[in-house]
Design a protein around this ligand. Structure first.
Ligand code: CA
Length: 698
């Protein structure tokens, strides 16, 4: 009897073991398919690299002694080894399962196993190298000849690096990823379960910590906006692993899948326009070539088709729209969002994108580090990304004048200044926020940086964005400027319907009502002002902004437009209206935009065509704004929208510290005279918009 039970038990264990192996085979196959997708690019290179490999298993052009921080040459060895392996296991390759290629693979693998190459940058040792080894070993499971057990064991040993439990965000996921690979190589269920738990751990909302936020922005390196860069790695890593384990006991649960999809569909993909992402969300990554061009999103969407087939229509639509000028997913293609945790506003239309990056004493300013983004000191000071076509700023960074970043109010130095603080410093100002009804909104920020103070505000409507600045004060010797834009020159610049032929600097006193058109973006001046303009060649190099990059000179023609506030402005101001996605400015339409106030205490604009009034109150008090008399007992950002027999109020607290606000509204023409008591959102929702509708007496 006992022997029968033992027999049955061991038989059961054998079946379970066979099922485990089947599951591991299935996951390995998913990894293999994913890695081989688009692998043709490797094929020709693999032939070259295979021929160049020495008998010692090295490549003569790789400096194996280098300890470089950012681009670490020995890492290239693993990239090439992977290319050889892909060529060996890929049925479409010319050298598929070729014995001679296998010999080369073994040489290169053995060389890496024998030498324990390390960079002085932990990231290469604990993330990049173990991940690369893991992929190589999994792919070799599909070779006719395998890597010998002793070599495999040595390489697996080299993968035992990093600790996901000690890391956050994308770094945690990256380390857990090579734990996952190691679990597959060793067919280790416990390691697989632990790796999956860590891989899916970042899919949760956090507050005051790095990771996915309650406003669905993504922060890393302190509370620093990184929707692309680290946020992008989060998406890529997790979608990949969710696809690997779909239809296994390790598949992601519904709750986490919903959070992940919300970030992907509502935050990340929408700010890509025709294949180019907003430069505001890339942190120090903007100092790397080609970074704004997004191509791998096709792969992500294909994986989502596997992971969540119920949403196939959404994924199909996304794939169709990735490279088009249409905004992602949303059917009417008009969304406005303010990210109160990330200090970022996106305003998306079918005709254009207009996004703003802010900063506060609750978030880190954009960082420099590892010799990257050396000149990015103003990248968080109210920076505007204006896209109509998509590539307006693509690879412009080497030739930018870095104290004239689009949207900012700054000291205009003779030479660009380096960003001294490394890895992001918290901004000084507390005032930063935005109100939004999902379609329209207003955002504002008190800049206090580099000796410049300025109250900056943006009023977003369907076709126009009104940009106001007030309280501009600076006692430094450099003149102060506010830059409307600095983008690649594309086509003619038209000033009041006349083409400008200037090839050099031009300073103009413009009259109220003048405007400039360039590349389907109009800049309208609602008041007389002094404007600087150039449309000429600018030059630089990638190494100028990123020490690891090429010193080769780069040049190109750049359109640059700015306000001159001169030296030592005291309470200076500016106003301009941007009309993106158009060929001409209609003066009649501009008359519908009424700039009622632009002082250091209140900035307010009414769009009479849309019957929307937006106001930024820097201080409590009673203010006349058009036909409205508005009393607020706290600093708030307010939007009043006329509805049928009512007004909708949208309110946000830009200091994120108040519990309630009383707003007394009087408008005789509209028969409104009432006080509205508003309870403001708290904790992780402090700074978000709360809405209330008031009925009129009619
Ligand atoms: Ca300058």
């Amino acid at each position: 009897m006992r022997s029968v039970i033992i027999f049955l038990l061991s038989f059961g264990m054998m079946i379970a073991k066979a099922q485990d192996t089947l599951m591991f085979d299935r996951i390995n196959k998913h990894v293999y398919d994913d890695e081989l997708f688009n692998s043709e690019a490797y094929s020709d290179k693999a032939v070259v690299w295979s021929n160049q490999l020495t008998a010692a298993g090295t490549w003569p052009d790789i400096d194996y002694t280098s300890k470089a921080i950012s681009l670490w040459p020995p890492g290239e060895h693993l990239d090439r080894l992977k290319a050889l392996i892909v060529a060996y296991v890929s049925p479409s390759s010319k050298s598929y399962q070729q014995k001679s290629l296998y010999g080369k693979i073994l040489l290169a693998a053995q060389y890496w196993a024998n030498n324990r190459f390390e960079s002085t940058n932990w990231w290469h040792n604990e993330i990049a190298s173990p991940k690369a080894i893991g992929v190589c070993l999994i792919l070799m499971k599909f070779g006719r000849e395998k890597i010998p057990n002793n070599v495999e064991a040595e390489l697996v040993k080299l993968m035992e690096k990093g600790n996901p439990y000690k890391m956050t965000g994308a770094n945690k996921s990256d380390i857990a990823m090579h734990y996952f690979y190691r679990a597959l190589i060793l067919e280790d269920q416990n390691l697989l379960a632990a790796a999956m738990e860590q891989l899916l751990f970042p899919i949760q909302l956090v507050d005051g910590k790095e990771g996915l936020q309650y406003d669905f922005s993504y922060l890393q390196h302190g509370l620093q906006l990184y929707i692309a860069g680290y946020g992008e790695e989060f998406i890529k890593g997790i979608s990949k692993v969710m696809a690997y384990v779909h239809e296994t006991p390790y598949a992601v649960n519904k709750e986490k899948l919903d959070l992940f999809e919300k970030f992907l569909l509502e935050t990340y993909l929408p700010i890509i326009r025709s294949g180019y992402i907003d430069f505001n969300v890339h942190g120090r990554g903007i100092s790397r070539p080609n970074i704004l061009r997004k191509g791998q999103e096709v792969g992500i969407l294909r994986q989502m088709q596997l992971i969540d087939p119920a949403k196939n229509e959404v994924w199909k639509k996304g794939l169709a729209k990735l490279d088009s000028l249409e905004t992602f997913v949303s059917d009417d293609q008009s969304t406005h969002r303010h990210y109160w945790k990330g200090d970022y506003t996106s305003h998306l239309r079918k005709q254009f994108h207009f996004n703003v990056r802010l900063a506060s004493n609750r978030t880190n300013k954009s960082e420099s580090g590892n010799g990257e983004n050396m000149l990015g000191k103003n990248m968080t000071d109210g920076v505007t990304n204006i896209q109509v076509f998509g590539p307006e700023y693509y690879n412009i960074m080497p030739v930018w004048e870095w104290d004239k970043i689009p949207g900012t109010t700054t000291r205009d130095y003779p030479d660009d200044q380096e960003l001294k603080e490394q890895w992001g410093a918290v901004a000084v100002n507390a005032f930063s926020g935005g109100v939004s009804n999902g379609r329209l909104g207003a955002s504002a920020m008190s800049v206090q940086y580099d000796g410049v103070t300025a109250q900056k505000a943006w009023f977003f409507f369907d076709k126009e964005i009104v940009c106001l600045g007030s309280g501009i004060t600076c006692s430094a010797v450099e003149p102060v400027v506010t830059t409307l834009n600095q983008t690649w020159l594309n086509g003619p610049v038209v000033w009041n319907e006349k083409e400008v032929l200037a090839t050099d600097s031009l300073i103009r006193n413009v009259k109220q009502g003048e405007y400039v058109m360039h590349n389907r973006v109009g800049y309208y001046f609602p008041q007389a002002t002094k404007v600087g303009f150039t449309a000429k060649e600018q030059s630089g190099s990638w190494s100028r902004i990123n020490r690891s990059q090429s010193k080769d000179p780069i040049h190109g023609k750049v359109f640059k437009l700015w306000f001159e506030h001169a030296v030592g402005p005291i309470n200076g101001s500016y106003a301009y209206i941007v009309v993106p996605g158009t060929e001409r400015i209609e003066h009649k339409k501009m008359q519908q935009l009424r700039i009622w106030r632009n002082t250091p205490v209140v900035q307010a604009v009414e769009h009479q065509g849309l019957a929307v009034t937006q106001a930024v109150f820097h201080e409590s008090g009673t203010y006349q704004i058009g036909k409205w008399s508005i009393q607020v007992d706290k600093p708030v950002i307010l939007q009043i929208t006329k509805e049928d027999a009512a007004f909708k109020l949208d309110v946000a607290d830009p200091l994120q510290q108040e519990k309630t606000v009383n707003i007394h509204l009087v408008n005789k023409k509209e028969k409104v005279n009432q006080t509205v008591y508003i309870v403001l959102p708290q904790a992780e929702y402090a700074g978000s918009t709360v809405s209330k509708t008031i009925r009129t007496d009619r």
